[in-house]
Design a binder for this molecule. Structure first.
Ligand code: FES
Ligand code: FES
Length: 194
């Protein structure tokens, strides 16, 4: 059957079964490979996207659950929070191998869109579902604080935008399928390399 989904501001008609995971469409059909396949069971965060501005795991979100909701991937992430996060990631030199980092940036941007000045505890709670086998957690935390400072100073606009599509809508209060659940891993402060 044909299913139409809205991704990064564009409508895509996909020939797929209703239970096909969104991640399959993103990577296999649309070649939006910034969204990664890690565990496939909502346990690592590598596939994190935004659905109507809220974080969601693409690996466990069936196409049939999307309806008219807007999917944003790392390729389409835009807005002041996204700009500040991207600039801070470079400033702090967060990335090691990079595999998890698309998901990390999606999670950090969602955090800052709703909380412009997060505490360490806020960061740990928001980022805990995001795994990084390279142990970049301390740099991620520093970068989120740096991004918050950029937002406060209005530095995101001056830093320029690497964005492509519209700002994710954070107004939707109903969580879509695939929304990250409670933390499932040790806190960053107790992880190796913290
Ligand atoms: S691939 Fe690991 S949470 Fe989706
Ligand atoms: S930077 Fe390598 S997995 Fe996170």
């Amino acid at each position: 059957m044909t299913i139409t989904v809205k991704i990064n501001g564009l409508a895509h008609a996909a020939a797929a079964e209703p239970d096909t995971p969104l991640l399959w469409l993103l990577r296999g059909e649309l070649k939006l490979t910034g969204t990664k396949y890690g565990c496939g069971i909502a346990q690592c965060g590598a596939c994190l996207v935004h659905i109507d501005g809220r974080p969601a795991y693409a690996c466990v979100t069936p196409l049939s659950a999307l309806g008219a909701r807007e999917v944003t991937t790392i390729e389409g992430l835009a807005g002041p929070a996204a700009d500040a996060v991207r600039a801070a990631w470079l400033e702090v030199d967060v990335v090691q191998c990079g595999y998890c980092q698309g998901g990390q940036i999606m999670a950090a941007t969602a955090l800052l869109a709703g909380n412009a000045k997060p505490s360490d505890a806020d960061i740990d709670a928001a980022m805990q579902p995001q795994l990084c086998r390279c142990g970049t957690y301390p740099r991620i935390r520093r970068a989120i604080h740096a991004a918050a400072q950029r937002l406060a100073a209005g530095g995101a606009a001056a830093a320029g935008s690497a964005s492509a599509a519209g700002t994710p809508d954070t107004s939707n209060s109903s969580g879509p399928p695939g929304e990250p659940g409670p933390p499932r891993s040790p806190s960053p402060s107790s992880r190796p390399g913290s």
